[in-house]
Design a protein around this ligand. Sequence first.
Ligand code: 3PG
Ligand code: MG
Length: 375
Amino acid sequence: MKTLKDLNIDNKKVIIRCDLNVPIEDNKILDNTRIIKSLKTINYALERASKVIIMSHLGRIKTPEDKAKNSLKIVASELSKELNKDVYFCTWEEDINKAIEDNKIVLLENTRFFDLDNKKESNCDLELSKYFASFGDVFINDAFGTAHRENASNVGISKFLDSCNGFLIEEEVNNLKKLDNPERPFTVIMGGKKVSDKIKLIDSLITKVDYLLIGGAMVYTFLKAEGKEIGKSFLEEDYIEYCKKLLNDYKDKIFLIDDNYVELDECISINDMTSDSVGFDIGIESVNKFNKIINKSKTIFFNGSLGYVEGGYTYGTKNILEALNKDKKTVVIGGGDTVSACNELLKDNNFVISTGGGASLEYLQGNKLPGIFEE
Ligand code: 3PG
Ligand code: MG
């Protein structure tokens, strides 16, 4: 990876692409983690560069009406507060070069506003990339959460300027690398709704893991493959054969649930499921069984909720998170929804939490991320 030690930014106009795509509701930032995580590179640049120009996307822009609620203006105020310095917020209609001349730090408006013009940002349009590049002398991509996307503002622009990755991307990649060569036993806990969404991830991890613990709605397709009655629980018929083969090939590694919650206050054995039962969360015995494996593991990757958390079925996910937090082990939490569940259910934790849901999963599936620049 090309990092900041490979790029001279002294007295230059430095463009930094951050991922400041933070959750916003009623004009309030709900979680500023991505802003905080971006500060290290910005501060480094502020000490050396003549100008710092920051870019980011926010949300998705499909119609002109999407612009109002996806302006980076309130992010500029938050960033200014965290940096304890003035941050000039600049719209695309203003004289941008003058704004850069007059200010040390400029945050440009949402890059995805250009998606209204033939998806130019998201499709990595070359002219737009060149336009973005015209504002600076060098480019730092530090937007890990967007590293799996090839957009004009994170990848296209690097074709026109000397470029490297920032500290956040470097740190994120180093964290994920811990899973390439893990301290053992290495356990993956996987939940979420669909087996079909996870096949690439399972296939790339199964040979590396010592244990794979499966919960969430996806476990019912595995249970069905084992010949169990799953009632009206969520099932993907087309994936039963895949699950059968996996269970057969890796029978010593894969652990499924023994009981489940069919109501918020009713936990029953899988053997007692009837043709009408619907499973919503892993049960008490299953949590105990998973905990035994967790306790002897040294490295754990957790992806996907173990129950229907939005519906109040938090028992399994919460208890497993608590077990993971108990003693010293490397715990990596991956995937946007898992990170939100974790922040909601166990905010005070020692986990390695990625700022990039999709990006971290793509990386773990062995895919090359276009936003990570090779040397
Ligand atoms: C994210 O939050 O997943 C990243 O910021 C990328 O956003 P996107 O999924 O809208 O491309
Ligand atoms: Mg996303």
